[in-house]
Design a protein around this ligand. Sequence first.
Ligand SMILES: NC(=O)c1ccc[n+]([C@@H]2O[C@H](COP(=O)([O-])OP(=O)(O)OC[C@H]3O[C@@H](n4cnc5c(N)ncnc54)[C@H](OP(=O)(O)O)[C@@H]3O)[C@@H](O)[C@H]2O)c1
Length: 266
Amino acid sequence: MSVSGKTIVLTGSSSGIGEQAAYQLARKGARLCLVARREDELKRVQQAIIAEGGKAWVYPADLTDEAGLQSVADRILAEHDRVDVLVNNAARSIRRPISQALDRLHDYQRTMNINYVAAVGLTLKLLPRMLAQGRGQVVNISTLSSQVPIPLFSAYLASKTALESFSRSLLAEMGDQGIDVTVVYYPMVRTPMSSQTSIYKHMPMMTPDKAAGWIVKAVDEGPARVGSLMGTAGSIALAALPGPVTRYTQPLFRLMDKKLGQKARQ
Ligand SMILES: NC(=O)c1ccc[n+]([C@@H]2O[C@H](COP(=O)([O-])OP(=O)(O)OC[C@H]3O[C@@H](n4cnc5c(N)ncnc54)[C@H](OP(=O)(O)O)[C@@H]3O)[C@@H](O)[C@H]2O)c1
């Protein structure tokens, strides 16, 4: 496995982790297909890549719009002979207690639409090319919070867990046909997404640059999972003892939120 020369479709590359991953992958010789809604931001990233001698193309689209997704997939397939890697990174997060979402079914629909349906949709469109090539990789971006019982993100976490489940099925069904599947489990990363929550201002977080390195590792090495020891330990504990692990960790999360809230108000 290596990055150089690969054509990589990277969604959510107009900001945050996706933007930094685009730079790092391009520096290693990948050809980047940049996908997100904001064309001007995608062009800014493209120009920065080209200025460093890299190769990038922009494909603006709202991936929750089926026609938009279809047309982006068609364009990518028409303009590139190979599609080696798809990184499903575009997402939205919602932090809201279930008790405040009782009349907000749309929270669950919106997160599902971009974090799950759009990722699966683009995968289904690009898979035939990967199968025809005899090789391909799908990298799905998830979160450490699906490996431990974190409160307040029910809509977001359900959509990410659905994507993880799809990833397992994809690997189980097509791994022997040359399709590698990697799930990346990020801890908190300092990006526009995490900055929406003001109390997280004082929380130690990974830098987007370091986080981008995890996507490079995923493409470079092709493992089934890229994540932290804490996440692996959390998923083992949760699988073994879901009741106690969920019940007894909740006071800790509430305390952490309280302390962060106090710091933010100081
Ligand atoms: N930041 C964290 O703490 C953290 C932690 C764990 C996991 N993650 C995951 O890491 C990934 C990157 O997140 P980030 O923190 O870098 O967030 P970000 O800076 O908010 O980036 C999100 C990206 O998704 C794109 N996007 C959103 N809705 C879209 C749509 N409907 N169609 C097309 N593109 C869309 C945005 O571009 P446009 O607005 O231009 O469309 C943007 O490029 C996500 O999958 C996130 O769930 C982040």
